[in-house]
Design a protein around this ligand. Structure first.
Ligand SMILES: Nc1nc2c(c(=O)[nH]1)N[C@H]1C(S)=C(S)[C@@H](COP(=O)(O)OP(=O)(O)OC[C@H]3O[C@@H](n4cnc5c(=O)[nH]c(N)nc54)[C@H](O)[C@@H]3O)O[C@H]1N2
Ligand SMILES: Nc1nc2c(c(=O)[nH]1)N[C@H]1C(S)=C(S)[C@@H](COP(=O)(O)OP(=O)(O)OC[C@H]3O[C@@H](n4cnc5c(=O)[nH]c(N)nc54)[C@H](O)[C@@H]3O)O[C@H]1N2
Ligand SMILES: [Mo]
Length: 746
């Protein structure tokens, strides 16, 4: 509570801020721009969430980055500010154009900006020479219009924050169950007997999920956590909704079992649990007891079980223990929880998806869940917990560099233009193309491409080579400060703000959460500046200036978002009666075939995979070299991705700084180092590029030996562009090999 008060005060508008908060995730309010966790059925009971308050207050700030702010400083000077200092300047107020001669951003009229952007895009040799990035905050309406414009223009180059986030989840789940999305609803958390939480820190990143975990724990459900770090929120939680608990300073235990694997060791850990389940099955059969496996499910619904069983038998415990860093006994105890539970949910996030072997690991999670039929029935299922509040919706409405033929066919039939069929660039593909000069233009619908991506120095070089960079944004960030020849910052309305059309009617947008619920969102605050346009209007303006209105009348669509939704309904399955259903209090659910045991996979069944364990994980590699460590980069309690709200990480006991490395005390001792010593962190990726993150301080922490942790985005300088997840092509932000260099006192 105290922390929220501080955030509202810092935002400079405690009163309006409080009013704003009361309307977050309400039936008639706006969707919280924080995380993608689902909203409860009784939407009127405001769910209080500290980090939701921060996200809203950050947007509803009274501070302004006006043309005067940009006039006072050159871009080179601005570049010296930290992410935190830069965004503290508040909301952008005017469209700005980079002037290379004065090295400053100067105000520009919207029409002039659109005309120049259109003319540069039209002038490129080929539409594939432009990259169209999306960050997951864009609404369905903005994202659909954006992809439509880009495809009319002629490319599928859609690098997307999802490429750095849950890409592996989508790929693995499509292979395993035919749907790239979670199969559970919020209600399922009320029925699960056991919940496995793997590689996720909900206390910070999905605080409302902790409420659901707490309720589950209170009614006796078992919660099994796999996380190298002991995250406070997963151990104990005081529910801000519970007045008595808050007053007494009491809390509820969340995790019944807390396992601390080595980085990247989760596939081995899950394989170990599967091995224990199969052993229990054999023992039950031998003793004439009821079986442990769900044979009916395995026979009727699954493909590849025999091969999987063989693969598990071929995996030995020594390898499992070595790779996971967990003991056989610990793993067997976790498996006992699984066996004893009738209904199991498994959730996961970036601790699973940002590794080399993420797809294989998520396939293994699905394998494990199939053993007892834990999918497609109440209280059971797979739940990748999404990041950005609408990252899932953006994919649903067509932000995808590898679109399906069905979707492209639907666009072609409905809008009558020849759609580009060749697959486009993802994030790493786009960076490669910008670096080698084959991409010359970059448009960013939100986000902070330069800071969210790996190898910050190389990405800066890539951006500075561009002919055109356009950033649609709410606040200044470092991506804006790496202009090439021509650059624009186009300021847009935020989710909390009223979006009125020319007739003065409030426009509604929609978003999809991690449980595939689609609901409406309408802002209530006065726009930060009268010069802002909505994302939809900005996209329409660029589209009109680039491709004209012969295929689509952009201005007509931007005037009434119901019309955009009609087009979504006409081209994407599941959106029948979109406009009507959206206006119901909790919105509507997009059918998930896998949740109904309808398997749209290549085998027509729920498909087991039968891969061997990874040959080597990052921690196993690091262990071989002298003084090498496996580093993960994660989020503090005071940040939203590249947006840094403050310098504290309360749950981990870090205050007033972000340049820290969490490390096991024995690892410090072995290096003759002490808590508080300062070091440079040196990347050890074997490609001849020197990568150094300077001046970090050691913080002893409860983390396995050999694995260390620190904050994103400060450590992105160490994430190599050349290291990406197998199949997912996701930067391996949680498997970085590093060593340390002492800093000598001056
Ligand atoms: N307040 C706030 N909310 C957010 C965000 C934010 O920045 N701030 N970001 C949003 C976005 S885009 C996303 S994607 C989500 C991110 O949500 P999370 O995935 O929770 O984000 P991270 O901070 O990266 O935390 C990863 C967790 O995985 C653990 N971990 C790391 N490596 C491993 C591993 O190898 N195995 C296991 N078992 N665990 C591991 C880390 O210790 C950490 O607890 O949150 C969303 N919500
Ligand atoms: N090392 C490392 N790197 C990572 C990760 C990691 O764990 N470790 N996580 C990855 C993940 S999971 C993700 S999702 C990406 C995130 O990558 P991005 O989505 O690109 O980054 P954000 O920091 O969320 O973007 C913040 C910016 O978005 C703009 N913004 C905010 N609200 C709005 C809005 O309503 N509209 C518009 N148009 N702009 C808005 C503001 O200008 C703000 O500066 O980073 C990835 N990078
Ligand atoms: Mo994310």
């Amino acid at each position: 509570m105290k922390s929220c008060g501080k955030q509202l005060l810092q935002s400079g508008m405690p009163i309006a801020g409080a009013r704003t908060m009361l309307r977050a995730n309400q039936a008639d309010g706006f969707d919280c721009p924080g995380c993608a966790w689902g909203d409860p059925e009784h939407g009127s009971s405001f769910e209080f969430c500290e980090n939701g308050v921060k996200a809203v207050a950050w947007e509803a700030t009274e501070k302004r980055a006006t043309p005067a702010f940009f006039a006072e400083r050159t871009v080179s000077q601005l570049r010296r500010l930290s992410d935190y200092e830069l965004e503290l300047n508040g909301r952008l107020t005017h469209p700005m154009r980079y002037d290379a001669i004065s090295d400053r951003y100067l105000p520009v009229a919207w029409e002039d900006a659109f005309a120049e952007i259109g003319s540069i895009l039209k002038g490129l040799d080929n539409p594939d020479r432009a990259e169209f990035y999306t960050s997951g905050r864009a609404s369905n309406e903005a994202a659909f219009l954006y992809q439509l414009f880009v495809r009319v223009y002629g490319t599928n180059n859609f690098p997307d924050c999802s490429n750095m986030c849950h890409e592996a989840s989508g790929i693995a789940m499509r292979q395993a169950v035919g749907v790239g999305k979670g199969t559970v609803l919020l209600e399922d958390f009320e029925e699960a007997d056991a919940i496995f939480v793997i590689g996720q820190n909900p206390g910070t990143n999905h605080p409302r999920m902790l409420g659901d975990l707490r309720r589950a724990a209170l009614r006796g459900a078992r919660i099994v956590v796999f996380n190298p770090i002991r995250e406070r929120g997963l151990e104990r939680f005081s529910d801000p909704q519970d007045k008595i608990e808050m007053l007494r300073g009491a809390s509820t235990d969340i995790a019944s079992h807390y396992l601390q694997p080595q980085l990247g060791g989760d596939m081995a850990a899950v394989r170990g649990m599967a091995k224990a389940v199969l052993a229990a099955e054999d023992a039950a059969v031998a003793a004439g007891l009821p079986p442990v496996l769900d044979h009916a499910f395995l026979v009727e619904h699954c493909a590849g079980f025999a091969e999987y069983r063989a693969a598990v038998e071929a995996t030995n415990w020594a390898d499992i223990e070595d790779q996971s860093g967990l003991s056989r006994e610990e793993i067997e105890r976790a498996a006992d929880v699984y066996i004893a539970a009738e209904r199991v949910i498994c959730t996961w996030a970036m601790g699973v998806t940002q590794h080399l072997h993420s797809v294989a690991t998520i396939r293994e999670i699905a394998n494990f869940m199939f053993l007892r039929g834990n999918i497609g029935r109440p209280g059971a299922g797979l739940c990748p917990v999404r990041g950005h509040s609408n990252v899932q919706g953006d994919r649903t409405v067509g932000i995808n560099e590898q679109p399906s033929d069905d979707f492209l066919d639907a666009l072609e039939t409905h809008f009558r233009f020849t759609v580009p069929r060749q697959h486009g660039h993802n994030v790493l593909g786009a960076i490669g193309a910008m670096l080698d000069g084959s991409a010359e233009a970059f448009i960013g619908l939100g986000g902070n491409f330069a800071r969210a991506t790996p190898d910050s120095a190389l990405v800066e070089k890539a951006l500075r080579r561009l002919k055109l960079a356009v950033h649609i944004a709410t606040k200044p960030n470092h991506s804006h400060l790496m202009p090439g020849e021509t650059a624009f910052i186009l300021p847009c309305l935020g989710r909390t703000e009223m979006d009125l059309n020319a007739a003065g009617n409030s426009q509604l947008v929609s978003v999809e959460d991690s449980m595939s619920m689609v609901h409406g969102s309408a802002g209530i605050n006065r726009p930060a500046s009268p010069h802002l346009l909505s994302e939809v209007a900005i996209i329409a303006g660029i589209a009109q200036a680039t491709v004209g209105s012969s295929v689509v009348d952009w201005a007509v669509l931007a005037e009434d978002y119901d019309r955009i939704r009609d087009h979504i309904e006409a081209t994407i399955p599941g959106f029948e009666h979109y406009n009507a259903r959206l206006r119901k209090p909790r919105g509507f659910h997009l059918r998930n075939a896998a949740a109904h045991r309808d398997w749209q996979t290549s085998t027509g069944k729920a498909s087991f995979s039968s891969q061997a364990l990874p040959e080597q994980t990052v921690h196993q590699r690091a262990r071989k070299g002298e003084g090498r460590f496996a580093l993960q980069t994660f989020r503090s309690h005071d940040q939203y991705n590249t947006t840094v709200y403050g310098l504290d990480d309360r749950y981990r006991g870090v205050y007033g700084e972000r340049q820290v490395i969490f490390i096991h005390p024995e690892d410090l001792k072995a290096m003759n180092a002490e808590a508080g010593d300062r070091v440079d962190v040196v990347g050890e990726h074997d490609d001849g590029i020197e990568r150094v993150a300077r001046d970090f301080r050691f913080v002893p922490y409860d983390i396995p030996r050999g694995s260390i942790a620190g904050y994103y985005p400060e450590l992105n300088v160490l994430v190599p562009l050349g290291s990406a997840g197998e199949e997912s092509d996701t930067p391996t932000s949680k498997s970085i090999m590093v060593s340390f260099r002492r800093r000598h006192a001056a």
